[in-house]
Design a binder for this molecule. Structure first.
Ligand code: NAP
Length: 216
């Protein structure tokens, strides 16, 4: 299965491309926004596509041509304002979904935020609310499209080494999770069709990823 990783140059994205390239049945196409980011992925033997998410749907769709699945793990990050949150976390995500459809790709995995409910928007501090709102509506859009989606809601991301042990369910207690483990959770979700049509929260825990994800 060939997987377009959108946000490949991000912290989760780099782990993900590397784990995909290490797996037997998956191969990655890394979507990045600058040509100078390509060598990291070429060294892993992955194909690359240089596309800025602020470009139009047709441009993103060209990157999605010939792949079997799309993973969206891009984000505008904490150092830009609400304008980029809307353009990347919301519009960039929805354009990627439309691009997947245009390219005939059914499988779509979204790296969302831990709690993207309407209540979470209301409860968020004003500086964080636009991000939660963007993630909420991107998730809602994905669920309304005819795509084989999985929405992953990780807890607070850390750069600790992965443990391979998680707790994953529709609702879990808020906690942390290493980015490395999130990348393994994405690979396990790609490998398990039982995750299609599901959304789940995931934090560090006591179950092995390969055992927890098929029954999530
Ligand atoms: P990250 O390191 O900030 O990676 C985000 C990626 O998005 C970067 O590679 C960035 O590209 C790319 N990007 C930004 N704007 C773009 C554009 N216009 N066109 C194309 N690509 C663009 O994020 P992460 O730590 O891997 O996390 C992934 C996602 O998890 C986050 O975006 C967030 O929504 C979600 N999340 C975060 C937390 C948390 O605790 N922080 C918790 C749950 C979920 P460049 O490399 O070129 O900058």
């Amino acid at each position: 299965m060939k997987v377009l990783v959108v946000g490949a140059n991000g912290q989760i994205g780099k782990h993900l491309v590397s784990f995909i390239q290490d797996s037997d049945n998956l191969e990655a196409k890394a979507m990045i926004r600058k040509q100078e980011q390509a060598s990291f992925f070429e060294d892993l033997g992955a194909e690359t596509a240089v596309v800025d998410l602020e470009k139009d749907i047709e441009t993103i769709a060209k990157a999605a041509e010939g792949v079997d699945a799309v993973v969206f793990t891009a984000g505008s990050g904490p150092h830009t304002g609400p304008d980029k949150t809307i353009l990347i976390d919301l519009d960039g995500a929805v354009k990627t979904m439309k691009a997947a459809k245009a390219a005939g790709v059914k499988r779509f995995i979204m790296v969302s935020s831990f709690d993207t409910t309407r209540e979470a928007i209301q409860a968020a501090p004003s500086s964080f609310a636009p991000y939660v709102a963007a993630k909420h509506y991107a998730d809602e859009w994905l669920k309304s499209m005819d795509l084989d989606y999985t929405i992953i809601h990780p807890g607070r991301l850390t750069n600790e080494e992965g443990t391979g042990q998680i707790e994953a369910a529709y609702e879990v207690n808020r906690a942390e999770i290493p980015r490395e483990d999130v990348a393994h959770v994405i690979v396990a979700s790609l490998e398990n069709e039982t995750t299609i049509g599901k959304e789940f929260q995931v934090v560090s825990g006591t179950k092995r990823i390969k055992e927890a994800i098929p029954s999530v």
